[in-house]
Write a protein of this length. Structure first.
Length: 300
């Protein structure tokens, strides 16, 4: 069962539950008669094309709404204004709460639907062309994040819709503002995946004596090793294994100031059961052995 919506409002990172993997994907689209939807298309708004948008829409959904896609050629973005939707991915489900941004990169299956018929769901959706411009937004894969831009996006899209058949200069301005909001959302705050990685890295730094592995770290972050390495690269400009070595070697310099600690004790404190392995790694990183480094520290 998914967690209660009261708990989910606090953090999207607890807003999902592992479910039985979904493998029977179909192309489906259902809108109940009570649903209202306004479309922003390239034929009505040619300025969308120049800004990298394929299509967009403003939706006020009631009674029933279901969209399921097997594969898409465009990136799908959902911004929830009010009410609640339900997103199903291959291995988890998310409640889509107010002020959340849902990012669904092209090429992966998904399903989203009305979560509560009584509450309804008011949201804006945007389809982005698979161009380089949008890579910062979609680079971290399928995810749901808190965002402050939902109301702004809704307002800008309303203005765009009102200019169908109107002033080209205004349409261009509004399309540019929508583009700015989309790209800005990639930098407003770290993604939930990034926050999880940063949290685990902090834990590692305080527990360097443990037997950390890349696979184990990825599992603790709920990521694949590929996703983990990509995020670590963004944060520290190195691989996960290299970051582990950095943390241990930087801490080694601090611990070598304690003269009462033997080299073997320092090695164990940093997760090296074999002092010779520690010495080899230290020499590779700092250009001298731990013993030589300590001699230089206290030479004066």
């Amino acid at each position: 069962m998914l967690e209660s919506t009261e708990n989910l409002c606090e953090s999207v990172t607890v807003g999902f539950a592992m479910v039985q993997p979904k493998t029977d994907w179909n192309e489906e689209a259902y809108l109940a008669q009570a649903c209202k939807e306004r479309f922003l298309t390239q034929s009505d708004l040619p300025e969308l094309t120049d800004s990298g948008f394929f299509m967009a829409g403003l939706a006020e959904l009631e009674e029933g709404y279901e969209i399921e896609r097997v594969v898409t050629s465009n990136h799908t973005i959902l911004l929830t204004q009010e009410g609640m939707g339900l997103l199903t991915l291959t291995d988890r489900q998310y409640y889509l709460l107010p002020n959340t941004l849902t990012i669904l990169p092209a090429g992966l299956p998904f399903r989203f639907e009305l979560a509560d018929k009584k509450k309804g769901w008011k949201m804006a959706w945007v389809l982005l062309k698979p161009v380089e411009k949008w890579l910062p937004l979609v680079a971290n894969g399928q995810r749901v994040e808190h965002t402050p831009i939902c109301e702004q996006v809704w307002s800008v899209m309303n203005l765009l819709h009102s200019e169908i058949g109107g002033r080209a200069s205004y349409r261009k301005l509004f399309a540019s503002e929508l583009s700015r909001l989309m790209l800005g959302s990639a930098n407003l705050a770290p993604s939930n995946s990034v926050l999880r990685v940063q949290s685990v890295i902090n834990d590692i730094e305080s527990q360097l004596h443990l037997n950390w592995t890349v696979k184990g770290i990825a599992k603790q972050c709920y990521l694949s090793t590929e996703q983990l390495n990509r995020i670590i690269k963004q944060l520290y400009n190195c691989s996960t294994q290299q970051r582990l070595i950095q943390l241990r070697m930087e801490k080694a310099v601090d611990l070598l100031h304690y003269q009462e600690w033997t080299i073997g004790m320092v090695a164990q404190r940093l997760g090296y059961q074999d002092p010779f392995n520690f010495t080899h790694r230290f020499r590779q990183y700092h250009g001298c052995s731990p013993r030589e480094y300590r001699k230089r520290l206290f030479a004066g």
